[in-house]
Design a protein around this ligand. Structure first.
Ligand code: KG4
Ligand code: ZN
Length: 328
């Protein structure tokens, strides 16, 4: 069994997976609520909370899977990218567990983990495919084949999740902003306000969300308090629709450009209902196979890190003692 640990941002996560990494026996996510009142993740608060919670989260992951450490044959852990202090807590714990049991340690890239969530969702999935990762820290398109992930395009400024989080903050909504904007947008008309879709007609695979943010700022400035309250659902709906259009358009363009019949959407923003519906419709129409993990495997979790382990290079005992976390 693979024991997987993920602490790159504000979720303390551990999971146990079958040796091929395509089936999770447990998947424990402890989302830190400490950050909500700051409207964003505070790195030092995140590290401390990981330190306090990780042992309990690992114990629960083992208990839920009904295995003890004797049944664990390798330890996988996110080593990059992320908040360095937060990553270090997970990497240190993983090193300690692996060292005590003389097990191999598998360093996993968080972004490869997001993509690997697709293998948990549909275990028969095999490369090649085109993958969108849209999260709070990253928004990029990759071509995935047996040799790994090749970058096709990425955001020139904010990540999609970051744009949603910042938009939500401007609208006076809570954190994380993505689910909040979706909730409020349900009663809104996305066409009532005209929002720009960054790089929409540029013939490339990049994204830009800064113009969208500025557009929301100016729309809010033009409204008084009452007006802003009345327009809130419409503003949220228009803003969400612009983010979704940018993501779906470029993902489908990448599939066309590469002539690849399989597309994957992953990362926290892929939990978004409108994005999931839009991609489903567009892929059905074009006859493409769409793999989107269930929402709980799109947002940060350790099962996806375990799923990426068989695709990553394991480091044998005790060479990993020199292994380090990296923020980028
Ligand atoms: O992948 P993730 O959990 O963490 C990072 O690696 O960043 O992504 C978190 C991001 C946040 O920006 C959050 O607002 C967004 O994903 N998010 C959503 C939804 N759930 C989480 N955005 C839109 N709709 C959602 N349902
Ligand atoms: Zn993530």
């Amino acid at each position: 069994m693979i024991l997987a640990i993920e602490t790159s941002c504000d979720d303390t996560c551990a999971a146990v997976l079958a040796p091929d990494g395509r089936r999770a026996l447990s998947n424990v996510v402890h989302t830190q609520t400490e950050h909500a009142r700051y409207g964003g993740v505070v790195p030092e608060v995140a590290s401390r909370a990981h330190l306090e919670r990780l042992d309990g989260v690992v114990e629960k992951a083992l208990a839920d899977a009904d295995v003890d450490l004797d049944g664990v044959t390798s330890v996988a852990v996110t080593v990059r990218p992320g908040l360095i202090g937060a990553l270090l807590v997970g990497v240190s714990a993983a090193k300690g567990l692996a060292y005590a049991r003389r097990l191999p340690l598998v360093p996993v890239d968080h972004l490869e983990g997001h993509v690997a969530a697709a293998y948990l969702a549909e275990p028969d999935l095999e490369p090649p495919f085109v993958a969108l990762i849209a999260s709070g820290g990253h928004t990029a398109l990759y071509f995935v084949d047996e040799d790994g992930m090749r970058l096709l395009g990425e955001t020139l400024d904010d990540a999609a999740g970051e744009a949603l989080d910042k938009g939500a903050r401007m609208l006076g909504l809570g954190f994380p902003g993505g689910p909040e904007i979706s909730r409020v947008a349900q009663n809104g008309d996305p066409a009532r306000h005209d929002f720009p879709v960054g790089l929409r007609d540029k013939n490339n695979l990049d994204f830009s969300f800064s113009g969208l943010k500025t557009s929301l700022l100016y729309k809010l400035k033009a409204l008084d308090e009452n007006g802003a309250r009345e327009e809130l659902p419409h503003l949220a709906a228009g803003y969400e629709a612009a983010v979704v259009e940018a993501l779906s358009r470029k993902l489908l363009r990448a599939a066309d450009a590469r002539n690849i019949p399989t597309v994957v959407a992953a990362g926290g923003v892929a939990a978004n209902g409108l994005l999931r519906r839009t991609l489903r419709e567009e892929c059905d129409r074009r006859g493409l196979r769409l793999v989107v993990p269930p929402p709980e495997l799109c947002t940060d979790n350790a099962a996806m890190i375990g799923a990426a382990a068989p695709l990553s290079r394991a480091v044998s005992f005790p060479d990993y003692l020199a292994l380090n976390a990296r923020s980028v």
